[in-house]
Unconditional design. Structure first.
Length: 202
């Protein structure tokens, strides 16, 4: 997992020093800018150079590229899980599931590599993205179960299939950002495939 300021403070008994905090924030800012632009294949060495730190400093904060990605996606992933809990009370659980999956696609497609990680991260405890991916899987599974119990989503599809579909759409969005306009159409196709016969989940 990525080293967080709160984790470091707990381990050492004191807050992260200000210059270490600034280094971490610069590294994240550079990575965020690069991985949301056409420069998303940037190396960790280049991230360190642009952040004005040594590669050793980068690795003290983030042990791998996955750890850096996890730090970038953590807060939004946590917010999506909270939103999923709220949507469990929705009157139309099928539509709630599709809406949440659309939000997930937008989130996952933001940074290169997350779509692929979503397929395996929840089952790979060694992955720095494991906790976030497991949280997404659990949230999606709860929404799926609720929609299936209501008879709005077909009963013969499991969470692995749903995550595979979402990851595929996110991968297209990630790799071809100029096709962002296709997202609604692709999600409509997924919604049509998920819904039970005679149920409109919109």
């Amino acid at each position: 997992m990525a080293v967080r300021m709160s984790d470091l403070a707990e381990a050492t008994g004191r807050p992260m020093r200000s210059h270490a905090r600034r280094n971490r924030e610069r590294i994240l800012a550079v990575a965020r800018d690069a991985m949301t632009s056409q420069d998303d294949e940037i190396s960790l060495n280049e991230v360190a150079r642009r952040a004005g730190v040594g590669i050793g400093t980068l690795f003290r904060h983030f042990a791998s590229r996955e750890a850096l990605l996890e730090a970038l996606v953590h807060d939004r992933t946590a917010a999506l899980c909270v939103e999923a809990d709220r949507l469990l009370e929705a009157d139309a659980p099928g539509a709630a599931l599709v809406t949440w999956l659309s939000d997930l696609v937008e989130h996952v497609a933001t940074y290169r590599g997350v779509a692929a990680a979503l397929l395996s991260g929840a089952h790979d405890e060694q992955s720095a993205l494991h906790r976030s991916c497991q949280g997404v899987d659990d949230a999606a599974a709860a929404l799926l179960a609720r929609a299936q119990q209501a008879g709005e989503i077909r009963a013969d599809i499991g969470i692995d299939e749903v995550i595979s579909l979402v990851s595929a759409v996110a991968w297209v969005r990630e790799q071809a950002r100029e096709r962002a306009g296709q997202l609604d159409t692709l999600m409509s196709v997924i919604a049509a495939g998920l819904r039970s016969s005679g149920v409109i989940a919109s």
